[in-house]
Design a protein around this ligand. Structure first.
Ligand code: PLP
Length: 385
């Protein structure tokens, strides 16, 4: 702990506090809504409905409405929701599901948990999302579904992907875990395919106070079966029609998410403010900045810049008190856990280059303009040297 009792040290302390820019400031978010959260948690404790229950049911209705979808089911994580999405499509042993190698590993887990094979398709260099131009070549008689990701909050090109899905009669599952409220041609991400899955991991644009996820669909039969699958494959207690899971959302998380959902549109607008400010401040830097496609409105879950000297830039930012992160340093086809797929370096060159060059800068709704300017100044200083 820094001793602030002497004048000199307190000056240093204040400078450090103002100069430091955290990668993420969740305490700032909680401070802003603390009273609402406390009240919701108190109600949830009074109710003692800890597994699903009325708060989850209300949140499901509200989130379905927010997305513009018929059905929403609360899950204990986005990973569980993705797994159940694969089960709804009867993905099983020997099947293939086409997906992106450049995402969080959980996208692929959903496929692997069913005994199926993730078939990777390289990404588009600008949006970092599955490249629709390469999709059709990956379709085989074993393909059971297509599972792209709205990565970093930027929607994938759904119409181009849907065209191929329709041609080959393949269902489209959206991994919308990073894209709460993102828009594709005016439609909300998560309503473009047959099923979509969201994560409410605390750091997400809409985050629980713990783990959480949701499955969203317009298909009533999927809704019915998914409700059973998340609850031990059961609709009548102690009778189990198929092998299911304990994937229920906790009642307390439903209460927290109900509060936070009311703030989501405002928070998304704040993320967009931060992104546009970065665009201005970094425009003259030799960096590749995120660019929204003409049809996209990004939810800016992450603000990811690219540079060949990414590792040096990261060190420089950290040495100067600016938090940053890598999403993602190793594409999925090169992960040890997927060695059995037999991929090698060079198989998906666009994803591999992105993994070498990407750097996520701080972005969250409470990020102030002086903090954004500080990030800009530290980056400028890096390129001056
Ligand atoms: C793209 C993507 N897919 C899936 C997941 C899994 O969600 P969760 O962490 O809620 O299980 C995440 C979040 O971490 C994610 O970012």
């Amino acid at each position: 702990m820094l001793d602030c009792s002497s004048g000199r040290e307190s000056v240093i302390f204040i400078r450090e506090m103002t100069d430091k820019v955290p990668y993420l400031d969740l305490p700032a978010q909680i401070r802003g809504i603390r009273k609402e959260i406390d009240a919701a948690l108190a109600r949830a404790l009074d109710n003692c409905a800890f597994c699903l229950g009325p708060d989850v049911a209300q949140f499901e209705k509200d989130f379905a409405k927010f997305c513009g979808a018929e059905h929403c089911l609360g899950f204990n994580s986005g990973t569980s929701a993705l797994h159940v999405a694969m089960r709804l499509l009867n993905v099983g042993l020997g099947d293939e599901v086409i997906t992106t190698p450049y995402t969080f590993i959980a996208t692929s887990w959903a496929i692997s948990y069913c005994g199926a094979k993730p078939v990777y398709v390289d990404i588009d260099d600008t949006t970092f999302n599955l490249d629709p131009k390469l999709l059709e070549k990956a379709v085989t008689p074993r393909t059971k579904a297509v599972l792209p990701v709205h990565l970093y909050g930027h929607p994938f090109d759904a119409d181009a992907i849907l065209e191929i899905c329709r041609k080959h009669k393949l269902p489209l599952v959206e991994d919308a875990c990073q894209a709460h409220g993102a828009k594709y041609k005016g439609r909300t991400a998560g309503t473009l395919g047959d099923i979509s899955c969201f994560s409410f991991y605390p750091a997400k644009n809409l985050g629980a106070c713990g783990e959480g996820g949701a499955l969203v669909t317009n298909n009533a039969a999927f809704d019915k079966r998914a409700r059973a699958l998340r609850e031990h494959g059961s609709t009548v207690r102690y009778y189990h029609d198929e092998v299911g899971y304990n994937y229920r959302m906790a009642g307390i998380q439903g209460a927290v998410l109900g509060v936070k959902l009311k703030h989501l549109a405002k928070w998304t607008a704040e993320r967009q403010r931060v992104a546009h400010r970065y665009h201005e401040l970094l425009a003259d830097m030799p960096l590749q900045l995120p660019r929204e496609a003409a049809w996209a409105e990004s939810a800016y879950h992450l603000y990811v810049v690219r540079h060949p000297r990414r590792d040096d830039l990261k060190k420089h930012l950290e040495a100067n008190g600016v938090g940053c992160a890598l999403h993602y340093p190793l594409p999925l086809h090169l992960q040890k856990c997927y060695a059995s797929l037999g991929h090698k370096a060079g198989d998906f060159p666009v994803a591999e280059k992105a993994a070498r060059e990407c750097l996520s800068l701080p972005i969250f709704p409470e990020l102030t303009d002086p903090q954004i300017q500080r990030v800009g100044a530290v980056i400028k200083d890096f390129f001056k040297k």
